[in-house]
Write a protein that binds this ligand. Structure first.
Ligand code: FAD
Length: 679
């Protein structure tokens, strides 16, 4: 039976993996009308089987989770990885520990890398989405056609995309287990007896409800579509885009086991290179589990996908045997196998990330690579984290569509960086260790350790540095001044000299500050929740200095005026901080001031709620948590201060003097929609 109905949504998300969930969460937080569908069924068991892969959470990802309010759940449940140990063969060929480095570079974030099962992470997303919005993941729902009316793409009111959705029966939506591994063997999965699986009762009931729609077809009209449907992306294929790159003959097996071993560093992250038997990466996980990535072949050949090696002969027993050879003379076995798989290394990036800035791709749908560096899930979520607020602000009519072009510019750069990183990293990892300095074909320990250390900065997600665009006011890279210095260098230096450790295009670093009104310490980043708001942060310096007070007044007079950008870009009836929030951090001392010493525009007033006490902060000593020294940490002079604009995703858009209202107005005016002239 086929029943026709038409639904209108602002955003339709195809795929409920990490990328799709992140998008749905933004839509939930920004109050956008969205639907998210996934072809997988609602049976918890089948869902979990297909979720068993990613587990590493990088520190930037945890910062993002925190901005949505659930980093604490991941932090508490996960295993924390603190140290990486390198094991290499000695002169006799026996493996020995040859070095140690911290797993996360100390000081780059208030979080460190942790490991937790992907199913739990998706659970946190579901809870966060459902607690704040009516959006529900619709399982067993599959798009069957996708059309984009190119004549309507620039019309903000139009729904240029037509999608047909088919609701499957429970049976159709439950994937056959044999399909789960490429080798045709049913994957062993112990998750049904693992305490990691959350209670899915509510979801099951909802599944039954959805089932009443089974085998209906409906038409959806959407303003925007996100294809977050994984490496085999159906959306990508509809758009005619492809992934470009290469694959290798390196085959790796993955075992999630509770190991029984005399290897002393089994609870550390380890990179083990044996003399002649290949390599292992050890990832200690939650619940006594350890994940082992084990090299199965040692020959390398680049080429077409069709030259893929035969994986059909791989099974857990063979993977274990390979591991035992590499780790010898230490003994390794297990009684508990939680999950296993095998994969072939390949690195590919999509040719396009969007069609007409109406249909977008994110996550594995636009980039695939080897899983060892623990990047796929993190980068996939971060794609959608980059895109979600942009689409939300366009749909809500506060930003022009022009900002949507920055998605491809920013994220395809990251995808290429990731592919290059993974390419290098995988080859070093799969390579044979050098026997001595004359052994040019082998990988030297130094080379490997160096790559690991550099890779760690990249892998943390903190190194992301978005290029100049309408929303990142990096100076132009053209033009040379008469004295030979380039304009860009000069302008960067001017901006950067005001805040030497805050980098345009990078995420805002964090240290502790105190709330001026109640002396409570906060990590500054905690004051930047992901709710779709831009932030103007005024580091007004030491108010005891007349220059600092003057600059503050110079900013606040026009800022408080009826024609200020705060008023022009906030929709009628919208809260004063719903589009741009102004935060102030002064350099103390705290006890010399109260909030009433600051201009009114910095402590907004609401007729019902009174003064807003969460806008003014101070860099000063706390009673119980020390002194954050935020000014010093950010490289801001307390005698001068500076103004910083942060995007809704905490990336730094602009740095300038506190009193330069004009430049800031100009910045926002280039992409925000004037609400006073909007029909
Ligand atoms: P997916 O997770 O693939 O989700 C896509 C979703 O779309 C699925 O739910 C699917 O059912 C649905 N779908 C597909 N087609 C359709 C359709 N036509 N219609 C409707 N729905 C559809 N990453 C890390 O960050 N850290 C790690 O430690 C890590 N370890 C890994 C280990 C292994 C062994 C493997 C294989 C991968 C690992 N990864 C890791 C990578 C990570 O799993 C992926 O990069 C990540 O899941 C990608 O997220 P995604 O949302 O883009 O796609």
């Amino acid at each position: 039976t086929t029943k026709e109905s038409v639904d209108h949504v602002d955003v339709l998300i195809v795929g409920a993996g990490p990328a799709g969930m992140m998008m749905a969460l933004w839509m939930a937080r920004c109050g956008v009308k969205a639907r998210i569908v996934d072809k997988r069924g609602s049976k918890p068991l089948s869902r979990q089987i297909f979720n068993g892969q990613a587990d590493g959470l990088q520190c930037r990802t945890l910062e993002i989770f925190d901005s949505f309010g659930f980093a604490n759940r991941a932090w508490i449940e996960s295993n924390h990885m603190l140290e990486i140990c390198f094991w290499n063969p000695d002169e006799t060929g026996k493996i020995q520990r040859s070095g140690r480095i911290p797993d996360t570079i100390p000081g780059i974030s208030r979080f460190q890398q942790v490991v937790l099962h992907q199913g739990r992470i998706e659970r946190f997303f579901l809870d966060a989405i459902e607690s704040t919005s009516p959006i529900r993941v619709e399982r067993g729902v599959l798009p069957t056609s996708l059309e984009l009316d190119a004549s309507l793409v620039e019309d903000p009111e139009a729904y240029p995309i037509t999608i047909k959705l088919r609701h499957l029966t429970e049976e159709e939506a439950t994937p056959k287990q044999v399909a789960t591994s490429a080798n045709g063997v049913v994957a062993q999965d112990g998750l049904f007896r693992s305490n990691l699986a959350a209670d899915d009762t509510a979801e099951l009931l909802r599944g039954a409800e959805l089932n009443s729609k089974a085998n209906t077809v409906e038409t959806v009209k959407a303003k925007y579509v996100l294809g977050a449907d994984g490496a085999h992306s159906w959306v990508r294929k509809q758009l005619g885009f492809s992934l470009e790159g290469e694959s290798t003959d390196y085959i790796w097996g993955v075992l999630d086991i509770v190991p029984i071993t005399d290897f002393p560093d089994i609870r550390m992250r380890c990179a083990i290179h044996s003399a002649n038997s290949g390599s292992i990466m050890v990832i200690p996980r939650e619940n006594k589990l350890v994940r082992l990535y084990i090299q199965m072949t040692t020959t390398e050949k680049t080429g077409e996908a069709s030259s893929r090696a035969d994986r059909s002969k791989i099974n857990p027993e063979l993977i274990l045997q390979a591991a035992q050879k590499i780790i010898a003379p230490y003994k390794l076995t297990y009684r508990t196998l939680d999950w296993w798989t095998a994969y072939q290394i390949g690195q590919r990036v999509g040719t396009h990330f969007s069609a007409n800035e109406r249909i977008f791709l994110a996550g594995d749908a636009v980039h695939t690579h080897s899983p060892k560096a623990g990047q796929g899930m993190n980068v996939s979520m971060q794609d959608a984290y980059n895109l979600g607020w942009k689409i939300a602000s366009v749909v809500k009519g506060t930003s022009h569509r022009s900002i949507l072009k920055t998605y491809e510019a920013e994220r395809s750069q990251i995808a290429h960086d990731l592919i290059n990183f993974d390419h290098k990293f995988s080859r070093l990892f799969s390579g044979r260790p050098a026997k001595d300095v004359m052994d040019e074909e082998g990988v030297s320990l130094e080379e490997f350790k160096d790559a690991f250390q550099k890779g760690n900065m990249f892998a943390s997600g903190i190194a992301v540095d978005y290029g100049k665009s309408i929303i990142v006011a990096k100076p132009s890279s053209t033009g040379t001044l008469e004295n030979g210095t380039s304009e860009s260098d000069l302008a960067v230096q001017t901006a950067q000299s005001l805040a030497t450790n805050v980098k345009l295009g990078m995420r805002m670093p964090s240290a502790k500050v105190l709330n001026q009104s109640d002396a409570r310490p906060w990590h500054f980043q905690e004051r930047l929740p992901s709710n779709g708001t831009w932030r103007l942060v005024l580091f007004v310096g030491r108010l005891g200095l007349p220059e600092c007070r003057q600059e503050m007044t110079k900013m606040c007079e026009p800022l408080g005026a009826p024609q200020s950008f705060l008023r022009r870009f906030t929709p009628q009836g919208g809260r004063y901080d719903s589009v741009i929030e102004v935060l102030t951090v002064h350099a103390g001392p705290r006890t010399d001031y109260t909030v009433f010493d600051f201009p009114k525009v910095l402590r907004p007033y609401d007729e019902v709620d009174g003064w807003d006490y969460n806008k003014i902060f101070v860099d000063d000593d706390s009673y119980h948590e020390g002194h954050g020294q935020l000014y010093e940490y950010l490289g801001i002079s307390p005698d001068k201060g500076c103004a910083i604009i942060l995007r809704p995703d905490q990336y730094v858009s602009y740095i300038g003097p506190v009193g330069d209202y004009e430049s800031i107005d100009k910045f926002f005016s280039s992409f925000m929609v004037d609400q006073t002239t909007r029909n």
